[in-house]
Ligand binder design. Structure first.
Ligand SMILES: [Zn+2]
Length: 378
């Protein structure tokens, strides 16, 4: 099982399966990051396994058969996915917009990890200001897929991720399918906002409500799945507020910040030593980063400068520094004072605006470093 915790729900589904009570439509409802998609996939794998194991009331896929091998990589021909998408950049405006246009990216997403949120999926599709939806075109696709004869002679499973983002005409077609379910077909809907679904769809599904994850379950998973130390796992689990996807995002923020800190320390050292050649090399390096990352670094630098200024007042309860940041700031704080704090912050904000306006990043960062030489000794 790849789902974290949620044990009573898992055993409820296993028990139902053992008794041959397989609902034709299941609605997994619950907050972001509680494990709806992982549970849907676990259940799909059980349905698609050719020789599932049954021990007392515990049912699980064998992990050895062809069905298991194919569903493990989300590539089973009888496992279909419906999920919100946008029109691909290269598609003509006349062409239909269906999920299969994004199937490659979708499988990569699932194979990288079954806990992800809409923001992560949007990033994967490379979109910024568009709202992905399940287009009305999708209804024909769903109909076509469920009318296929299952390739292995067993179940067909349709996992619908975020059905609340479905175009209403597609919802109506889906409702028809739920009212007269095709044989040997199981729909699994994973919804963050079930209150946005058509009441008629709700009444046609067996609803399972999932709760946010307890902090200690998240911490345990971070230790065993991600190899985090006990302290780090506890810290991140606390910030995650019940969502494993939020916890994963927090890990990557932490990794980014560690790199940002290293870059900041390096620059400050070179500026202090007035090592112009190295400052130039530093600017060339940061210029290779993407624009969003450069902006994030400048945000980070502003925060660090502010924290260092506050540090001089000896009020630790007002400081929010990680362990590594605190170690650096012990010596750095004395360079940030009432004479230069505003100047440095303004220069960082200015650099950020220039980056936003597409000014040459190497020049922006090199300029900033030159100004820091002067500001640091004020
Ligand atoms: Zn199997």
């Amino acid at each position: 099982m790849s789902v974290i915790a949620q044990r009573h729900i898992v055993s409820r589904l296993q028990k139902q399966w053992s008794e041959g009570r397989i609902p034709h439509a299941l609605l997994l409802a619950g907050p972001e990051g509680c494990g709806k998609m992982p549970l849907a996939l676990d259940y799909a794998r059980l349905l698609l396994c050719e020789q599932p194991l049954k021990e007392e009331e515990q049912a699980r896929p064998c992990e050895k058969c062809r069905g298991c091998a194919m569903s493990r990589t989300a590539a089973h021909p009888d496992l279909h996915f419906v999920f919100p998408v946008i029109r691909p950049k290269n598609a003509s405006s006349a062409s239909r917009v269906v999920c299969d246009l994004w199937l490659k990216e979708w499988r990569e997403m699932l194979n990288d990890g079954v806990y992800f949120d809409l923001a992560a999926w949007e990033e994967r599709m490379g979109i910024e200001n568009q709202q992905p939806i399940i287009y009305s075109d999708e209804s024909e696709e769903i109909l076509r897929k469920v009318s296929l004869v299952s390739s292995q002679g067993g179940y067909k499973v349709v996992v619908i991720w975020l059905p609340e983002l479905m175009h209403v005409s597609c919802s109506n077609k889906l409702l028809k399918l739920l009212e007269e379910p095709p044989a040997q077909t199981v729909f699994i809907l994973c919804s963050n906002q079930p209150e946005k679904l058509l009441p008629t769809i709700l009444s046609r599904t067996q609803r399972i409500d999932m709760k946010a994850l307890p902090e200690e379950e998240i911490a345990a998973a971070l230790r065993s799945e991600r190899g985090l130390s006990e302290t780090d796992a506890a810290h991140i689990a606390h910030l995650a507020a019940g969502s494993y996807t939020r916890a994963l995002r927090q890990i990557s923020v932490n990794n980014d910040e560690r790199e940002f800190l290293d870059m900041f320390i390096l620059l400050m050292r070179k500026c202090y030593l007035r090592d112009i050649k190295e400052m130039h090399a530093w600017s060339e390096h940061i210029a290779t980063w993407g624009r969003e990352r450069q902006k994030a670094f400048l945000d980070y630098a502003q925060r660090l400068v502010r924290e260092n200024f506050v540090l001089n007042f000896g009020l630790p309860q007002l400081n929010f520094l990680s362990k590594d940041e605190a170690a650096f700031s012990v010596n750095f704080a004395r360079f940030i004072n009432e004479r230069n704090v505003i100047g440095i912050t303004e220069e960082l904000a200015l650099a950020q605006r220039d980056i936003e306006q597409n000014v040459n990043a190497r020049m922006v960062f090199f300029d900033f470093s030159l100004k820091m030489i002067v500001l640091l000794i004020q």
